[in-house]
Design a protein around this ligand. Structure first.
Ligand code: AMP
Length: 410
């Protein structure tokens, strides 16, 4: 009997060697500036009570209405695989009273997220994000910090071909004023029932409708940016002033709509120009009502999620991924001298070197091939004569140069 092979589920992105080295490198570069700015790690569950997302992320969003992996667990509870990170962070902050201590609460996270989208290049059903959240301050300086941490992450990777788009969704008053006029405008359009229903929950969603006739229909719609209250306007202007002082370029995009409903005030996206349709490499903004909507106190917050998968694609496109990631420092080829080889390898590894050993007695030629493939900087051929004399031949792979060194000096 022959069993059929089992394949990975449709649309999941896996990272296998050697590409996984690029994955790990990109992810650590995205995390580093967050750590440098004092954000602390939060490890959260990948599944949560479904209500967290339907209430937190919003019923009008594609994410909640079409893309969630929701199932009933054995206890009859409705569970959802997290489609984004902010709601879970907020849940954990409220549940553990982190908001009763020093504010703002500044955390970072990284891991898998799940959305049942139609898979294509840069869009997966399981994808990876690195995110940060700063909860409990509405100081515009924290908006600038959060944005600059993301910008620094992309700069550290060596990326150049991206831009920051920014807008303000204002406070409750700004949105209420705008909503009246926007609904009037939308009412006059000849829309299908489904679109009308979406508009009723969140009329801003219609700006995000990719159908050409909808883009056309919305081209003269009133823009929220023109309805900002004096406080929202001044907050936004201050954020921009800080970005200017940090030399962070941005383009104001008053038509930007984020895929999640909780955003208020400063909202932004990072777009990479070298990627195709899925060009957003990260995005975020303020969510000044989320905590109270999830049953916590009335504190504001701001954060972002950066897409690791798409950042890797951007880094590949710009050719900034170092070629020697994961390469060994030394590759040892033992010729009947395994015991010594293992000892040397162990000593050097504990001194912080990456050391590989050839296994399986396949002879010098086969082992040299493996050494070459490993990308190791140096190769050590360890014959019995060498071991007995205490002096070995160290080959520099790039130049082919061979040097005699004492084992004790390695
Ligand atoms: P969002 O939470 O939708 O703002 O997503 C933040 C970032 O995560 C986006 O800018 C993308 O880089 C990435 N992302 C979102 N959805 C996907 C997906 N289905 N596949 C790959 N990356 C994604």
């Amino acid at each position: 009997m022959k069993f059929e092979k089992i394949q990975a589920p449709k649309g999941v992105r896996e990272y296998l060697p050697p590409e996984s080295e690029a994955f790990e490198w990109v992810r650590s570069q995205l995390i580093a500036p967050a750590k440098a700015a004092g954000y602390a790690l939060m490890e959260l569950p990948v599944f949560e009570d479904t209500a967290l997302f339907s209430r937190g992320v919003g019923e009008s969003t594609d994410v909640v209405s079409k893309e969630m992996y929701t199932f009933e667990d054995r206890g009859g509870r409705s569970i959802t695989l997290r489609p984004e990170g902010t709601a879970g962070v907020m849940r954990a902050v409220i549940e553990n009273n982190l908001d009763r201590g020093q504010l703002p609460v500044k955390v970072w996270y990284s891991g898998q997220f799940f959305r049942a989208e139609r898979p294509q290049a840069g869009r997966y059903r399981q994808f990876y994000q690195v995110g940060i959240e700063a909860i409990g301050s509405d100081d515009p300086a924290i908006d600038a910090e959060v944005i600059s941490v993301a910008d620094q992450a992309f700069k550290n990777l060596g990326l150049k071909g991206y831009r920051l788009e920014i807008t303000s969704l204002g406070d409750a008053q700004s949105r209420a004023d705008h909503r009246v006029d926007l609904l009037k405008y939308i009412d006059a359009l000849n829309l299908d029932e489904a679109t009308k229903a979406r508009a009723e929950i969140n009329p801003l969603r219609l700006f995000d409708d990719k159908r050409p006739e909808m883009q056309e229909a919305m081209s003269k719609a009133p823009l929220l940016m023109d309805y900002l209250s004096p406080e929202s306007k001044s907050h936004f202007q201050t954020v921009l002033k800080y970005l200017d002082s940090l030399n962070i370029d941005y383009a104001i995009n008053p038509r930007m709509v984020r895929g999640l409903d909780y955003y208020t005030g400063t909202t932004f996206e990072f777009i990479h120009m070298g990627l195709g349709a899925q060009s957003a490499i990260g995005g975020g903004g303020r969510y000044d009502k989320l905590m109270s909507e999830l049953g916590g106190q009335d504190l504001s917050g701001i954060g972002w999620g950066l897409g690791v998968d798409r950042t890797i694609l951007a880094a590949e496109e710009e050719g900034v991924i170092p070629a020697d990631l994961g390469n060994a420092d030394l590759f040892i080829i033992p010729l009947g001298t395994q015991t010594v080889a293992i000892k040397i390898a162990t000593d050097l590894r504990s001194a912080g070197k990456v050391v590989e050993i050839a296994f399986g007695e396949r002879g010098l030629k086969g082992a040299m091939k493996a050494a070459d493939k490993s990308g190791a900087k140096y190769v050590l051929v360890l014959g019995e004569t060498e071991v007995n004399s205490g002096s070995v031949e160290l080959k520099t792979m790039s130049s082919g140069e061979v040097k005699s060194v004492r084992i004790s000096d390695l």
